[in-house]
Write a new protein. Structure first.
Length: 189
């Protein structure tokens, strides 16, 4: 039912999300859903909480490796109906802040902590200067991948869908080039 709630949200948004729609998608009766959640806010909150726990600050031993792992994780996530639904919640929060704002910390907080940990480790390992603009670097990585995901339907029509492995390399190269003034030259960067 939780997966069905995110999938339904990814297709219909907040205004179109209904308990009936979730029940049909999940293949259960509406009463089954109402036994566990009294409204769509509670159902979506449970779904978001259940689905947002997958971001773990992965440590590959290098800044470039950590960025590549994060980029691959985001591609693997954003290119699924569930990942797109989670992302759509963030878009809705940023755009309106209404109703879905309670979910922002569940999704954004998890991602932000994990992503910023990459740069903190880079500083600790001596790969980056302490004054590195960490949030800017993370926004560049996430933002680039988000735009690629948003453009995916048109890319498919145009026949220019990027190869995921190549996209990871290109995005990481892009972010690393932007960080060049902050890289200390330690091995692994």
């Amino acid at each position: 039912m939780l997966v069905a709630a995110i999938e339904e949200y990814s297709e219909r948004g907040w205004a179109g999300l209904t308990m009936d729609g979730v029940a049909k998608r999940a293949g259960v009766g509406k009463s089954t859903i109402y036994l566990r959640w009294t409204n769509k806010e509670d159902l979506l909150a449970a779904a978001v909480q259940n689905m947002s726990g997958g971001m773990v600050p992965l440590d590959t031993g290098s800044l470039r490796g950590d960025f590549a792992r994060l980029a691959q994780t985001l591609i693997d996530n954003y290119w699924t109906p569930i990942g797109w639904g989670m992302f759509r919640i963030l878009i809705d929060v940023a755009g309106s802040g209404e109703q879905v704002s309670q979910f922002a910390e569940l999704v954004n907080g998890e991602h932000r902590r994990s992503a910023l940990a990459i740069l903190e480790r880079g500083v600790e390992r001596g790969e980056l200067r302490p004054d590195v603009p960490a949030q800017l670097a993370i926004n560049a990585l996430y933002g680039t991948l988000v735009i690629y995901r948003m453009m995916a339907p048109w890319d498919e029509v145009e026949g220019v869908v990027p190869v995921p492995e190549e996209l990871v390399t290109q995005v990481v190269d892009f972010v690393m080039a932007g960080l060049a003034p902050y890289v200390t030259g330690a091995e692994g960067a």
